[in-house]
Ligand binder design. Structure first.
Ligand SMILES: Nc1nc2c(ncn2[C@@H]2O[C@H](COP(=O)(O)OP(=O)(O)OP(=O)(O)O)[C@@H](O)[C@H]2O)c(=O)[nH]1
Ligand SMILES: [Mg+2]
Length: 250
């Protein structure tokens, strides 16, 4: 089975080398794509030096969502059947990747999600971030009608069939929530695999709690309104609220 890994990176020169090398060591057959988003440091050079199969450069900076979409397109063009994503900041341990990929091979209809909230998974996620993750998990559980934990984790494995089928449009950190919800709506199941969580002490997160958190919040609020209308509002009410009509499944 052809494997690819997509690593979005913005100014990650301190960690990208070991992350790429770690993926190549634990999954020698996987093509590694780093999507460097107009970094102003040595991210691209270090990714290439560590043996990345492809370093895609985006300019001007387009955000994590656009970077993932570009990485998915490159992986699919190379014929990948399973596509893993992980962060460039060293937060995810490449040693966990073989277990995620094994789960992906075993579940062709599964979106494999790293779970940093499982007991004993390493460094504690900072309080505010953890609260936001748990809130998103709660809403997504209701929206997707399925068990979800650590919905915001970027360590995942996607079947190529899912990436081809999903129309992805969201930007920044919202894209991974869009993928998750889209996958469940297409009938894919979510499979959680416990992974280590690593928080290097001095790293400033690229995730801006207010701006990025609000964008995810807005997206979830919109989806919640849509879901409420589908579940509880009749067609007349939907027309009044200018919400899309419910089309029964064929
Ligand atoms: N290409 C690209 N990558 C980005 C961008 N913003 C963040 N990333 C990458 O996306 C990954 C996740 O970013 P983080 O800052 O670690 O965000 P997070 O993991 O949600 O938050 P923490 O829990 O604080 O680590 C990292 O590999 C970043 O380098 C961007 O604008 N473009
Ligand atoms: Mg991170």
């Amino acid at each position: 089975m052809r494997l690819a890994t997509v690593i979005p990176a913005f100014n990650e020169e301190a960690t990208i080398g070991p992350v790429v090398a770690g993926v190549r060591a634990t999954c020698p057959g996987a093509a590694v794509f780093v999507v460097d988003d107009a970094s102003t440091d040595e991210t691209a050079a270090r990714a290439a030096a560590a043996g990345a199969h492809g370093v895609l450069r985006v300019s001007p900076r387009a955000g994590k969502g656009a970077a993932l979409r570009a990485g998915f397109a490159a992986a699919l063009a190379e014929g990948a059947e399973l596509v893993a994503t992980l962060d460039a900041d060293g937060q995810h341990d490449p040693a966990d990747l073989p277990r995620l990929l094994a789960a992906g091979r075993a579940a062709p209809d599964g979106l494999i999600m790293g779970d940093r909230l499982a007991p004993g998974s390493g460094d504690r996620i900072p309080g505010l971030r953890l609260g936001a993750i748990r809130t998103a998990d709660l809403l997504l559980r209701w929206l997707a009608r399925t068990a979800i934990r650590d919905s915001q984790c970027g360590f995942r494995v996607y079947p190529a069939t899912l990436l081809r089928a999903l129309p992805l449009s969201r930007e920044g950190f919202v894209l991974e929530t869009e993928v998750l919800l889209g996958a469940t709506r297409l009938g894919y199941r979510l499979v959680s695999v416990p992974v280590r969580s690593i928080y290097p002490p001095d790293r400033a997160s690229r995730f801006r709690a207010l701006a990025d958190g609000t964008r995810i919040g807005w997206y979830l609020a919109g989806e919640t309104a849509r879901e409420l209308s589908v579940r509880f509002v009749n067609e007349a009410g939907r027309r009044r609220l200018r919400l899309p009509a419910v089309v029964p499944p064929a």
